[in-house]
Design a protein. Structure first.
Length: 558
């Protein structure tokens, strides 16, 4: 009997030890994982993150030492850098020179006696065989900068740049890492973030504001040059050791297709009548890379349905900017509102349909005034993307056999000059087919009748051809079910639109309830889909639709 009691006690103690050991190991493992997560989070901290959790007295003393050393050597830096800046910046300013000016040169350029101050530093992860450092810099300097400019009318003006104030984050990339001193082959630098840039312009011995348009032209030129010539992802490369560093240069990574569909509820900027809106879209604020839409006169709910294409250089940091203006004719256009989309929010190869709220300013968003919304379709297509995805906006979409021969030559040989002349004509992609639209149902429609009901039906319209169909009337329902299918022959699907208007049937007429506006891009890419869409112009309500596409792609030359 005692043997069995001892056996049971031994088993119990053994099991208890095993359970305790397992729990102890699990706890230690969890602690190590939590510690690794914390360390990784600290490694990803930016300057702004550190400022949120650390007061100034806890900043490393070597940052103070670094600023002290920079102040000591600043006179030598000023002397060496002034001439380098002059020779490198003048060609950049020439690229951005406004049409009102005929020439622009530096007559004087020194950085002054006040050295910049480093206010933060961080090391960011770089899996590409290098070290990347970001330095936050603040400079309220007293430089002496004089520009000699000549206008188109022959007027020469010495313009002084004064009261310069700058705060930003510079990115330094030390790549590639090598064995010989100084352990890296080259330095890349760029302006990662511009937080503040203030300056004033003054004509030496005169008032620049006395000449209309000059101040704005020069100020815009300087800001554009900084924005596009050194702002990330643009980078400048300084070789330290001999070698080929072409792989460090800026390289495009893909194409962003943008369809500017429409806007709604825009702020009216006109005293008489309504605004005449148009949109400006860009990724980089360079004049030849910005796209303008057509102007829609006297309309606060414009429909553009225009397609634009942009080159993407860095998905992780770039964004698409949209600015909507009121066209004032000969006067400067007035900004209605603006919005941005981060490119890293887009899924490659998938169309993203977005409504963006317009704001007054993209940097200081303190104004909560309702300025309207803008509707975009976005498609990011990386270079070399495979997996069977076809970009319908590409110029070689569904190329015919004849066109392939004309492009590459007969039997694989190079095409003749006459054949090349044919293929070099501007082509507009025409996608022809049949779209099948099933109006399934609607839900939560706004009441129209005195009894709190409605007698709804739907009118379907193809915008370009104005072909129409309509469903039957469902009496006394705010959640009608139709389940009716309509087929439309479409001659130019990429540039056409489907408009669905919901009306209330009445014995003495009809009442408008709202509408949905759909482009055909998504159904062309997916072939078939089912989704619900909110009603524009209505307090509530959604339409449930099923769309199917039967394509017949063709081309026409223009």
């Amino acid at each position: 009997m005692s043997f069995f009691v001892g056996l049971v006690i031994g088993l119990a103690v053994g099991l208890a030890l095993i359970v305790g050991f397992v729990r102890s190991e699990n706890a230690r493992s969890k602690h190590r994982c939590d510690l690794a997560t914390t360390v990784a989070a600290f490694a990803r901290m930016t300057v702004e993150d550190s400022r949120k959790i650390l007061p100034p007295e806890f900043y490393p003393s070597w940052l103070t030492w670094l600023n002290h050393q920079l102040t000591k050597i600043w006179p030598y830096v000023n002397e060496a850098a002034s001439e380098l800046i002059r020779t490198s910046v003048e060609p950049v300013l020439e690229q951005y020179r406004p049409a009102i000016l005929s020439s622009l040169k530096f007559s004087k350029l020194t950085l002054g006696t006040v050295a910049p101050q480093f206010t933060g530093v961080s090391i960011i992860e770089d899996g590409g065989g290098g070290v990347t450092m970001e330095l936050e810099l603040q400079w309220d300097g007293n430089p002496s900068i004089v520009l000699d400019i000549k206008t188109r009318v022959g007027l020469a003006l010495p313009v002084q740049v004064k009261n310069v104030g700058f705060t930003g984050v510079f990115r330094l990339m030390f790549k590639p890492l090598v064995d010989e001193f100084p352990c890296f082959g080259a330095i890349c630098y760029s302006l990662r973030e511009k937080k503040k840039l203030d300056f004033t312009l003054k004509v030496v011995g005169g008032d620049i504001s006395a000449i209309p348009g000059i101040y704005e032209a020069i100020e815009g030129m300087i800001r554009d040059a900084i924005e596009d010539s050194i702002t990330w992802p643009v980078r400048k490369i300084i070789p330290i050791l001999p070698g080929d560093y072409s792989d460090l240069e800026l390289k495009s990574v893909g194409i962003l297709e943008v369809k500017l569909v429409q806007a709604k509820d825009l702020t009216n900027k006109d005293i008489i009548g309504k605004s005449d809106p148009f949109a400006v879209l860009y990724i980089r604020p360079l004049r030849d890379k910005m796209k303008n839409s057509k102007t829609i006169n006297n309309q606060l709910n414009p429909i553009w349905n225009e397609h634009f294409e942009f080159i993407v250089d860095d998905v992780s940091t770039q964004h698409l900017t949209v600015k909507v203006y009121d066209d004032e004719g000969v006067q400067a256009a007035e900004l209605i509102g603006c919005a941005q989309v981060r490119l890293n929010d887009l899924q490659p190869g998938e169309v993203k349909d977005v409504w963006l709220k317009l704001v007054k300013d993209l940097e200081i968003q303190r104004d909560n005034k309702d300025r309207g919304q803008v509707h975009l379709e976005l498609l990011y297509y990386p270079f070399g993307m495979e997996n069977g995805f076809t970009n319908p906006f590409a110029p070689n979409f569904s190329m015919t056999s004849l066109e392939k021969v004309l492009k590459s030559g007969v039997n694989g040989t190079e095409a003749t000059d006459n054949e090349n002349a044919v293929t070099q004509k501007k082509r507009e992609v025409i996608v022809r087919g049949v779209i099948s639209v099933t109006v399934i149902s609607a839900e939560d429609l706004p009441p129209v009748d005195v009894m709190g009901k409605a007698d709804p039906y739907v009118v379907l319209i193809m915008k370009k051809t104005e072909t129409r169909n309509k469903t039957r009337v469902v009496n006394e329902s705010l959640n009608p079910v139709w389940n009716q299918t309509f087929d439309f022959v479409v001659e130019d699907a990429l540039h056409d639109m489907l408009i669905l208007e919901v009306w209330d049937h009445d014995t003495f007429g009809k009442d408008y309830m709202g509408r949905c506006i759909l482009t055909l891009t998504r159904v062309i890419l997916e072939g078939e889909y089912k989704d619900s869409f909110p009603l524009d112009g209505a307090k509530s309500g959604r339409l449930l639709l099923h769309l199917k596409w039967l394509p017949q792609p063709i081309y026409r030359d223009s």
